[in-house]
Ligand binder design. Structure first.
Ligand SMILES: NC(=O)c1ccc[n+]([C@@H]2O[C@H](COP(=O)([O-])OP(=O)(O)OC[C@H]3O[C@@H](n4cnc5c(N)ncnc54)[C@H](O)[C@@H]3O)[C@@H](O)[C@H]2O)c1
Ligand SMILES: [Zn+2]
Ligand SMILES: [Zn+2]
Length: 376
């Protein structure tokens, strides 16, 4: 069950459905510590327990693949939910990590978009290319989607092999910046879904990383951006650092407060980035006539609304899932051109070997964590 056989599986999987980092043998008999490989990795054995392990050297990249060295891994809500055992799509044991800044070490046959030495962001959505969604260009909601670090092993390891097409290079960005591209892409796609335009009012509910990413792209449209949260510290951050126009603390007079900052009309676009089903249900009541409500946050609970609330403004409800390949290229360009400032984002960082010890603190918003980054 060593490299050759695994390699065969990996090629088969690459040419058919899944990400090459997924290996049937490794998943059936996952991570034997006896093997004493040379590649360090952080394995989430079960909720609440990370283990520092050594795994086998990855195979040389096959056709269409690249071998990359991981430099930075951003920690996000998905990783935290996986750690807390609250993420339904997460399976264990798993090497997490999907927000990555990587360096290309080697490329396989036929790879032309990148070359050894390139620094890249990673699009972690491993799609099949063959389903209805993929054929329509909606790789973000592929029927067979495997997200790196969630349903297949991700980037909390020294090096690994993946599909070269999922790498987006930049000549100038630092690994820290490249690791932020995926989070930003979630907000980029949510704002694209809303079709927000200059002169409109946009309410973003929830000022966590996903809300902040949405704020970045809402501001780029030239719309007026209003942010609602229950957490004053996060709202202060939005006002002082993200340049939003208005912030509102959730209270009993919310609809009046919203009318007050929109010349009476209510927001044209509401982007809910809370993942809270009560907030998501109430959000129907905040829409201006012809308003669009986008759910970028995710809940497993029921969302309810009375139909007249939605009918009266002739509302539109949209889901926003992951992001598209074009978003990655666009975001890299925007950071390169200085239109997106990534400096406020990284509030915490740690070394690879220290991560297991500090991860617990990243689950606590009171530590002021916006984005923690692991240096591999
Ligand atoms: N669409 C996607 O593909 C995608 C990708 C990643 C994450 N997500 C989802 O986005 C959501 C947000 O992620 P995050 O990492 O920013 O989470 P987070 O927990 O850091 O932020 C959520 C924010 O919402 C605020 N909030 C909670 N309830 C509220 C309420 N009733 N009214 C106002 N504010 C409220 C919290 O105070 C917090 O600041 C999660 O549901 C996550 O699963 C979606
Ligand atoms: Zn993420
Ligand atoms: Zn597909």
């Amino acid at each position: 069950m060593q490299n050759d056989e695994c390699r065969l599986e990996s090629q088969w999987l690459t040419s058919s459905v899944f990400d090459s980092s997924f290996c049937i043998h490794h998943s059936a008999f996952p991570y034997s510590r006896e093997r004493h490989g040379d590649v360090k990795a952080l394995l989430l054995q079960q909720p609440g327990r990370f283990e520092r392990i050594e795994i086998d050297e990855p195979p040389a990249p096959g056709p269409g693949e690249a071998l990359v060295r991981v430099h930075r891994v951003g920690i996000c809500g998905t990783d935290i939910s996986g750690y807390l055992g609250k993420m339904p799509f997460f399976s264990y044991p798993r090497i997490p990590g999907h927000e990555l800044g990587v360096e290309v070490l080697a490329v396989g046959e036929g790879v032309t978009n990148i070359k050894p030495g390139d620094r890249c962001a990673v699009e972690p959505y491993m799609n099949c290319g063959d389903c209805h969604a993929c054929r329509k260009g909606a790789s973000n909601c592929c029927a067979n989607l495997k997200v790196l670090g969630v349903m297949t092993d991700g980037g909390l390891r020294d090096r690994f092999v993946l599909r070269a097409a999922k790498l987006h290079p930049s000549a100038t960005l630092a690994f820290d910046q490249l690791a932020l591209v995926e989070t930003l892409a979630i907000g980029c796609h949510a704002v694209d879904r809303s079709a927000l335009a200059a002169g409109e009012n946009c309410l973003v509910i929830g000022a966590g990383p996903i809300g902040l990413a949405s704020i970045v792209f809402a501001r780029l449209t030239g719309a007026k951006v209003i942010v609602l949260d229950v957490n004053r510290q996060r709202l202060d951050f939005c006002k002082q650092t993200m340049g939003v126009d208005e912030t509102i603390v959730l209270g009993e007079r919310l609809v009046d407060d919203l009318r007050g900052v929109t010349a009476g009309s209510l927001p044209d676009v509401v982007i809910d980035a809370t993942g809270n089903n009560v907030s998501m249900s109430n959000a129907f009541g905040y829409l201006a006539p012809t308003g669009r409500l986008v759910y970028v946050g995710i809940t497993t609970k029921e969302v309810t609304f009375t139909h007249p609330t939605f009918h009266r403004p002739e509302g539109t409800l949209l889901a926003s899932r992951n992001a598209l390949p074009k978003d990655f290229a666009r975001i890299i360009r925007l950071i390169e051109d200085g239109q997106i400032d990534t400096r406020p984002w990284i509030t915490h960082r740690c070394a690879f070997d220290a991560m297991a010890g500090v991860f617990d603190s990243y689950t606590k918003p009171e530590t002021g964590v916006i984005k923690a980054v692991v240096e591999v």
